[in-house]
Each structure stands twice: as structure tokens, then as C-alpha cells.
Design a protein around this ligand. Sequence first.
Ligand code: UD1
Length: 423
Amino acid sequence: MQKFIVNGGTKLKGNVKISGSKNAVLPIAVAAAILGDNISVLHNVPNLTDVKTLSAVLEGLGASITRKNGSLYIEPINRMEFEAPYDLVRQMRASIYVLGPLVAKLGRAKVSFPGGCAIGPRPVDLHIRGLEKLGAQVEVKRGYIYAQAERLIGTEIDLLGQHGPSVGATANVMMAATLADGETVINGAACEPHICDLANFLNAMGANIDGIGTATLKIEGVRQLRGTEHNVISDDIEAGTFMVASAITNGDVYVEGIKPHQVTAVTKKLVASGVQLDWDDNGVRVTTPDKLNAIDVETAPFPGFPTDMQAQFMGLLSLATGTSNITENVHTDRFIHAAELNRMGADIRLEGRKAIISGVSSLSGAPVMASDLRAGAVLVIAGIAAAGETTVSRIYHIDRGYEAIEKKLKALGADIVRVNESV
Ligand code: UD1
């Protein structure tokens, strides 16, 4: 295992280019590999462990995937392999994305039931409900989800769960419905930018999806989908993370390759806390002319404030003047990073799904541990802002979703090195 050693106290300065979106490329690669009849080429694909894990799942199903200069060449599955095994699925929950497409294309699927993770229980009832509505017979036994259907049949489906729309269920059911017989209407669909990118990709393959970016998707089923070429959108969460990294270090960073509409909720909260954002056509310059103000943040599905930016804001608000409140409404157990930030001198108290953050004047370096992807990211950027040395262990979480994070941070002036845990 590896860890980062960060020597803090640096103001980040310079230009950082944002990579392709992890959460967009994962379902898009699934669609290309399972639903397509011939090769697809995806550009702007980030080099991440999650993309490698998904490629292994898809190769296990008979697809052939080659990476060249930031592009993935995906030859779709060419045999009747329909099982995604536990060993791979347990490494990445998004493997569940193969369920709907496999049933739609091959008439059956056997996918390991994904487990929980450090951000809380993550059920898949909505995925299953959607596929059942499309006429699939679904059974869960011995840790696997079995689904089968001769041909899926279009219908009206409500995908709203107790915590709002589900990104994963929307992607899964939308992909399945593209090959169903007749029209499917999905109510309560997720509207995240990566869901729109997936829908646009499916339409370029020959699907017929209407209402992209709204809560109601209308999908007219087609008989087959062809391979296509696609530029994956840039990663809104990586961009938000670097915006916070600039603000928390009182730096001056130009975040390149992001549009305001991808990060509207994050932008509003940064401005409310006193961060200055100067946008142009290619990105945004992030500076902090005055002290940071305490603010309140509530996570919600898009267009609300993303749960995937909650940890980074907790780090930022630790250094704001006054008391901030963060309410986590999406993944309700997602607060493990609070205790790690407190080890660095933050003053964060948890009350159920609320974190109460009393701003402190500085953070100090400490040994801390990443518990999940975004929790890992905040510890790294807090370490850059803190005085002294921070070691962040279990950084394999960070590698799942941030391409070359230490190279990008080093280029902005951070003192960060990757070492083996035993060093
Ligand atoms: C995706 C993102 C993840 C992000 C999350 C919310 C990917 C690969 N991951 O995860 O980074 O944090 O969206 O923006 O894109 N739920 C159910 N039943 C279900 C499915 C979900 O109750 O069948 C609940 C979840 O427990 C959670 C909420 O719905 O409380 C939203 O989850 P969902 O949008 O499905 O998250 P993921 O797709 O897993």
C-alpha cells in the first residue's frame, strides 16, 4: 500500500487541467461494451483504477478494450458471457451497471450483489425495481442478482427513492430501456451531468432518448445500437476539488476545462464563503481576497449541492470564520473524514446527519487515513493548507477517482510525495 507525505503551508498557484469525468465514463464504457454492435471510441478518458476495474469486468464478459493516449477503444462483447463475479464487483460498486444492459442484450445476467461501503449502506432496490417493471424476472440468491427476460417491454417507471433520484438506477434502467420493445418513461430520473453525457452517448449509438437533463426521460426502444465516437465530459467533482484546494490554501489557481453550469451549486457556495471566481470560456480562476466566511451547506441530488463535494467543503469550512453547518441528505453516514480533520486541529461535531464546524485559525499536519475517495481528497488538500507534515494513508481510495492527483498538485507548488506504506 502507498501513502502521501504532504509538507503543508503552501499557497497553490498556477494552472490545472481537469480530466474526463469518472462517473460519466463508467456507464458509457458499459453501454459501449454491452449494448453496441461494433467498436466505440471514447476520448478524454481519465486514467483511474475504477476505469481499470470496470475494464476487467467488461473483458470478463467478452469485450476487448485497448487504451491509447487517453482514449479507450471498446470492441463489444462477442460471446454469451453474462456473469460479473464477486471478486471484481466488490472492488467497485459501479459494476452493477452491467446488470440492465446484459438483460437487455443477452436476455440474462448474473451480477454479484454489491456490498456496503465506508459511506454507508448502498442498496440497489431501485435498480431491481426498474428492471422488474421492464418485465425482467429478478432473483437474489447466494450473493448474486439473477435477472432474465426474453425481451424487455417499455413501460412507465418511478425511480424516486427515499433519498431522491438515484444516479446508478437511472443509468442502469435507461441503458436497459434503449433496447426494450416500445416506449419507457422514467419518472424521478437523476439529472446529473454524467447522466446527460451517458444519454447523449446512447443517442449517438442510435437510441431514442428524450427529456435529457430533466426528471422525466422518454425512451423509445430500438432493435440495435451501433458503436460511436465520444468525448467524455470533464469531471465536475475533480474541478470542484481543485477549486476548494485553491481556496483552502489561499491560493491562485486557474481550473481549466470546466463550464459554470457543471458546478453551479459548488460555485454558489464558494462565492457565499468569500471565494472569488473569475470565469472565462475555458475555465475559472479561483482566489480568496478576504477571510473565509462560515456558511451552511445541504447536499442534494443535482442541481443541488453534490454529496461528492461535501468532504472537501468540510475541510474548507474548518478554516472559515464562525460556525458552519453541513447536512448530508444523500449518503447519510458519509462523515468519517470529520474525525480525521479533527486530528488535524479542526473543530467538527457530528449530530446525526449534520456536521457542525466551528472555524479554527489554522490546521496542523498529522497522520490521517483516507476512508473513501472524497474523504481522501479532503485530507490531501487540508494537508497542503496545514502547518507541518501530514501523511495520508490508504490512498488507493484516491487513485480510484483522481487522475495523477499528486502530479497536478505538485505542478501547483504543493510539496507532496507518494511512498510505499512501509517507508
Ligand atoms: C453515484 C456516484 C457517487 C455519488 C452518488 C450520488 C457513480 C459511479 N457514483 O453513486 O459518486 O456519490 O451517485 O450523487 O456515479 N439508493 C437507494 N436504492 C437504490 C439506489 C440508491 O435507496 O437502488 C439511495 C442511495 O443509498 C443514496 C441515494 O439513493 O442514498 C443516491 O444514490 P445513487 O444516486 O444511486 O448513488 P450511486 O449511483 O451509487
